[in-house]
Design a protein around this ligand. Structure first.
Ligand SMILES: [Zn+2]
Length: 951
């Protein structure tokens, strides 16, 4: 169908909406609320007015994604001021467009403009004189982006109006602007979310306008329109780059290096309009020039709002510590400007003062802000380029604060994860190197915060010396800790104590290496000798026909997918639960092995192994003998454990945290690519759960008693139940399943928990006094770990402390998880794993429950001569406990969570319950804890439940 016909049909439909004979006309229409026209210039006749595409006046209702796309397509055939680039497709197949608008001359010259911008960004290659001549001829460049949250609709409608205005206007000021500026409009950053919200607007529209912001017309349905297809918040993804929308967008923005990036949002319906520079905490790696320019733009925008009698504010809740917002661009020298317009859905919202603010007015705010910001840029572009150039020179100078800082990611066999990191960093123009020989340096900081002198960087490390053009960004995303001012800490602490509120808007810990669970160090010098450009380790597979075993390295994350994808194709797969050496190949614990003799009926086994390893880009070795020398495992022994194909269901829908549902769903599709079912949780009590052997309960609501009984029965029969965060909180409550409890319910038995903890700790000790052991006379001098304790706390002390400590729970920090390195859930995991911690259920388990990950890294310290008490637990002499790794974690919170469980696994009947205290797949970026989760799903049915023999 052609566009004209579509438009015509839409007009027919939309004017007929809900006007059938049996419905009565309303007494008024929302479109009459606001009479001021948005488009008030003089326009060329040969450019189609947006009202014609829409079938309603621009700003009167919400434009659907397809309407915006068809308008762009048509305009690009009508105007020589516009060029459209499709930079990505959403998961649901909708296009994302960057609309370049400028004078026809500039439009024909985009490549040269882009290459000048690129030249200006690298001060190693040009001098001041060359920079000046580039700045003299460069037009201003603006990136104007809208509605990254799909139900925050006014931005995209404002953008549509602005695009038309800029390409159709005959006014001199517009023509002058286009001669001197390239405007890149990204009108619709999240088309899938907007489509979901637009659909709910259709569904909940009655005849009369609805001004009640609590109604379904305004809220929409779970999972709501804010997020993309997999319920990701795209405005947290700017440097983790997990979603196609972000990947495509950031690539293009990074090529263009615009001077400003506007990001048009909406906020609470009863609010007004917020813009301008953020308040503290502000990430210290942002150039202070940008704060200065932010104030200039905010002043102009404020004046324009004053003139029209529109209320607004700056700062307040708007902070800027986390680098994954659109403010990401600030680390690269672009001024980020945020709009937050109060949310009107489609009709408008009645406010406490009795007035109704219309949707059209909210669109008008976005439109006016857009044009005013462009005007400000036009006036200040040259000065901003000069500041930018100074910043770029600073970044590569030997006097910068970054000049003597080198980030090092230590070697690992987890090639999949390391390559993922490399690809994310390269996508942000970060230069990576590696060393073929050891490098000696004087001082390094470990992730634990410990300083080490005379350190040797092992050969094969990934090395990122931070004397390079993107230095501030590199620091922002790789430094272990983002510095927060003392003033901010004081205010935060006061607020926590006074009202339990926080001035931290997001997580305070986010660095890439901890997110990814990759071990790293920071060197306080410029490491630049004996380096070569980083490249991925080659994938070397030798899959020979006469091998008895094919194996892949269990440290590589993709080994989990290797097992899962083969099992889905009916291949029997085993896993080695202890390091082995077979035919001279060392196979770490968790390595996947495929045995010919397990699969006598599969004739194309060799090809299947080859195909799957190629898909996953992992190495496979061929093994001719199942004999492990000396005491190492052999192939017929108990360490070659048979896996069972996971048949996965995940509970979902109303009441569950949509982010956690979405990211878990995405993780299955992204990391494994195997079949699974999302099921409505309300079906769990009467559906046929026998179809599944693995059920995931993402963070969410309380489950009714009947469903709990059903799940308990299902677990007892051999199921693997996996829960996260709030669902874990529920399952560890009185009406839950299993014996794991939350800290606050264990103070009457704290000695028992400490007893079990001490057993676990002492089980790692290697010192046995043989003479003493062999004495026949009873030793009267034995000391018992709990008897030497000074200052053990009473139940009531513990309760009071816990109440106080609970005030200080973090909004997101990394804490050290110590792992049980013999447990199958920790395959592929280093001994200390950074765990993202917020106000989570604090898990307590007795020794008959496995606790494969516990909070706190034990560090030996010989100066500690006595055992010491931390709340309910104690540490033997000679030990310290590291808890905080990154982000704001008050000492009280550290004490509270020390030695508690992050991950537990309990056998129940023939099955098991696996509890994650947190959300292991946070933002698709916590690859360290994601691995634990993948292990639970793919290996759980085979390793943690009683295996079934079908008669
Ligand atoms: Zn938003």
């Amino acid at each position: 169908m052609n566009t004209k016909l579509l438009t015509l049909l839409f007009i027919i439909f939309s004017t007929n909406i809900l006007l059938s004979d049996d419905l009565m006309n309303p007494t008024s229409y929302s479109k009459d609320l606001y009479q001021i026209p948005i488009l008030d210039g003089t326009y060329k006749d040969d450019i189609t007015h947006p009202d014609e595409f829409l079938g309603f006046g621009i700003g009167e209702r919400v434009a659907a994604p397809w309407q915006i796309t068809s308008a762009l397509k048509q305009w690009s055939t009508q105007s020589d001021r516009i060029k459209i680039i499709e930079y990505a497709k959403s998961h649901e197949g909708r296009p994302l467009h960057a609309v370049f608008i400028s004078s026809p001359d500039n439009i024909n010259n985009l490549d040269e403009i882009k290459s000048d911008l690129s030249a200006l960004s690298d001060a190693r290659n040009i001098n001041d004189r060359q920079a000046k001549s580039i700045i003299d001829k460069l037009p201003a460049v603006a990136w104007m982006a809208y509605s990254i949250h799909g139900n925050e609709t006014s931005g995209a409608d404002g953008a549509l109006a602005a695009i038309y205005h800029l390409i159709a206007s005959t006014d001199d000021d517009v023509l002058n602007m286009l001669n001197n500026m390239v405007i890149i409009v990204d009108p619709l950053m999240n088309p899938d979310g907007r489509a979901r919200f637009a659909k709910s607007l259709e569904q909940y529209r009655g005849t009369a306008p609805n001004y009640d912001d609590q109604s379904l017309l305004h809220t929409g349905d779970w999972p709501y329109g804010r997020t993309n297809h997999y319920y990701f918040d795209l405005n947290r993804d700017w440097f983790y780059l997990t979603q196609p929308e972000t990947k495509g967008r950031v690539k293009l923005i990074n090529e263009w290096r615009p001077q400003i990036l506007v990001d048009g949002h909406e906020m609470g319906p009863q609010d007004t309009f917020m813009t301008g520079p953020p308040r503290e905490p502000i990430n210290k790696n942002i150039d202070t020039d940008l704060i200065k320019w932010g104030n200039v733009f905010a002043q102009d925008q404020g004046n324009a709002f004053d003139e029209r009698n529109w209320r607004f504010y700056t700062g307040e809740w708007h902070e800027d510590l986390y680098p994954g917002y659109s403010f990401y661009v600030q680390f690269r020298g672009t001024l980020g400007i945020l709009y937050e317009q109060s949310r009107m859905a489609e009709d408008g919202v009645r406010r406490p003062e009795g007035t109704i603010q219309s949707y059209k007015e909210s669109v008008h705010h976005q439109y006016v802000s857009t044009l005013v910001n462009l005007e400000s840029l036009l006036n200040n572009s040259k000065e901003m380029y000069k500041d930018y150039w100074d910043g770029r020179k600073y970044n590569v100078s030997k006097d910068s604060e970054y000049a003597n800082q080198t980030f090092v990611v230590l070697p690992t066999d987890n090639n999949t994860r390391l390559n993922t990191l490399a690809n994310k960093l390269k996508a942000q123009d970060i230069e990576l190197f590696q060393n073929t020989k050891d490098i000696k340096v004087e001082n390094v900081t470990l992730q634990s915060g410990q300083l080490v002198t005379n350190y040797t960087i092992p050969a094969g490390s990934m090395i990122i010396p931070n004397r390079q053009p993107e230095a501030p960004l590199i620091a922002a995303i790789l430094e272990f800790d983002a510095d927060i001012d003392l003033d901010v800490l004081v205010e935060e602490r006061q607020k926590s104590l006074k009202s339990g509120s926080s001035i931290m808007y997001d997580t305070t810990a986010f660095n890439f290496t901890m997110m990814y669970g990759l071990d790293a160090v920071t060197v306080d010098e410029h490491v630049d000798s004996n380096l070569e450009t980083w490249k991925p380790s080659p994938v070397a597979s030798e899959i020979t026909k006469d091998a008895v075993i094919w194996s892949t390295n269990g440290e590589d994350d993709n080994s989990v997918a290797f097992a899962a994808r083969l099992m889905e194709q009916n291949v029997e797969v085993r896993i080695i639960d202890k390091e082995s050496t077979l035919s001279n190949h060392t196979l770490p614990r968790g390595s996947i092995v495929v045995l010919q003799m397990d699969n006598p009926d599969i004739t194309n086994l060799q090809n299947l192994v080859k195909t799957v390893s190629n898909e996953l880009n992992i190495s496979v070795v061929s093994i001719e003998s199942g004999f492990g020398p000396e005491e190492l495992p052999d192939w017929g022994g108990r360490h070659f454990r048979l896996l069972e194909r996971p048949q996965i269901a995940m509970l979902s829908h109303e009441g569950f945290n949509s982010y956690d549902v979405g990211v878990s769903w995405w993780s299955l599709d992204h990391h494994l690519g195997i079949r699974h079912s999302l099921i409505n949780a309300s079906l769990a009590s009467y559906g046929d759960l026998r179809r599944y052997n693995t059920i995931i309960i993402p963070s969410g609501r309380a489950i009714d008693d009947y469903t709990v009984d059903t799940l308990f029965e299902w677990v007892s029969q051999g199921g693997t139940l996996i829960a996260h965060n709030r669902s874990t909180r529920f399952l560890t409550s009185e009406n839950g399943i299993g014996s794991v409890k939350q800290l606050q319910n264990t103070f009457d038995e704290s000695e028992k928990y400490n007893f079990d903890l001490l057993r676990e700790i002492y089980s790692q000790y290697e010192n046995v006094d043989k003479d003493k052991t062999n004495k026949n006379i009873v030793d009267f001098g034995i000391s018992y770990p709990w008897e030497e304790l000074d200052g053990a706390l009473s139940e009531s002390d513990l309760k009071s402390r816990d109440k106080w400590q609970s005030i200080f729970m973090p909004s997101g920090s990394f804490v050290a998880g110590r792992i049980d390195n013999e447990h199958w859930l920790t395959f592929g995991t280093p001994n200390t794993i950074p765990v993202l911690y917020s106000n989570l259920p604090i898990l307590m388990a007795r020794s008959y429950v496995d606790t494969p990950v516990r909070i706190g890294q034990m560090v030996s310290n010989n100066e500690i001569e006595e055992p010491r008490v931390i709340n309910w637990s104690s540490l033997p002499a000679g030990n310290d406990l590291n808890v905080r790794m990154s982000g704001l974690l008050w000492p009280e919170a550290s004490q509270r969570i020390a030695n508690s469980g992050y991950l537990t696994r309990e056998r129940i009947g023939d099955g098991q319950v696996i509890l994650f205290s947190g959300e292991p797949n946070f933002r698709g970026a916590t690859l360290g804890t994601n691995r634990l989760w993948l292990n639970a799903i793919v290996y759980g049915p085979g390793l943690g439940t009683r295996s079934r023999i079908n008669p």
